[in-house]
Design a protein around this ligand. Structure first.
Ligand SMILES: [Zn+2]
Length: 259
């Protein structure tokens, strides 16, 4: 019987995300390998006694994206999303900058309409019921996010020969940051909450969907798609891992109703 150590050595050569806690268990009765993702994100590879370490490494490599998505989901189950109070001084991150909320009855000098963000790090919103302030702030994320998306998405359209792509920003729930809808709709959509992430992670979500928009052929996250990702964002795997971690604490619109 093979020593699990040999499997770990073969897996180490894959350069898997550091956040994955890999475990190999040899199962005498198994004929095929299988993957289990445990709560908290431990990845257990169940290995038949006859398997070769290289075969198992190839097997894991083939399922890399699926593992990544499952780890993402299970760690999200243990997520601890930010909750906001819509009162003066509450902090909001938008496109890599931090803003303090200030509730006002009229726009301050130099501000045309509410809500608005200013260069000195203030998010101005009209004084009203918290659920309405929340709605206005999310509306601002959508508006600022869509402008960013159209501007930043353009270079990938040109480079990837993507024709006629449209963009949208909306609420995508708790499980996805972006989605490319193909091919008749041909739209790259980002979650409004993605714009509260660090900029390098917003970029990852955008590039991930733009790579789909090139319609590379093959499986959704197959070789052709990965080739495009490697070309556009050589460190995309690292950002993907970081997103799984940072995303657990991101603000998805939650608020403190008692305030
Ligand atoms: Zn995808």
């Amino acid at each position: 019987m093979t020593d699990p150590h040999h499997f770990h050595t073969a897996l180490a050569a894959l350069d898997l995300p550091a956040a994955w806690q890999m475990d190999v268990t040899i199962r005498p009765r198994r004929r095929t390998a299988a993957i289990q993702i445990h709560p908290g994100g431990t990845v257990v590879i169940l290995v038949p006694p006859t398997a070769e370490p290289d075969d198992i490494a190839r097997f894991v490599d083939r399922h890399r994206h699926r593992i990544s998505e499952h780890v993402h989901t299970t760690t999200r189950l243990a997520s601890n999303h930010a909750v906001k109070d819509f009162v003066d001084g509450e902090e909001f991150d938008l496109l890599g900058r931090s803003y303090r909320l200030r509730l006002v009855t009229t726009p301050p000098p130099g501000v045309d309409q509410l809500p608005a963000i200013t260069a000195d790090g203030v998010l101005y919103a009209r004084t009203q019921r918290p659920e309405l302030v929340r709605r206005a702030v999310i509306g601002l994320y959508r508006q600022v996010g869509l402008a960013w998306l159209r501007r930043e998405g353009r270079r990938y359209e040109v480079d990837g020969r993507i024709i006629g792509l449209t963009y949208a920003v909306r609420d995508l729930g708790r499980r996805r940051w972006g989605i490319y809808t193909s091919p008749s709709v041909h739209t790259t959509t980002l979650h409004w909450a993605a714009f509260g992430l660090p900029t390098k992670l917003i970029e990852y979500v955008l590039v991930h969907e733009q790579a789909h928009a090139t319609q590379p052929g093959g499986p959704a996250h197959g070789r052709a798609w990965q080739r495009q990702m490697n070309q556009w964002m050589p460190d995309w795997r690292q950002r993907q891992t970081e997103l799984a971690e940072v995303g657990r604490h991101a603000w998805l619109g939650g608020w403190n109703r008692s305030s």
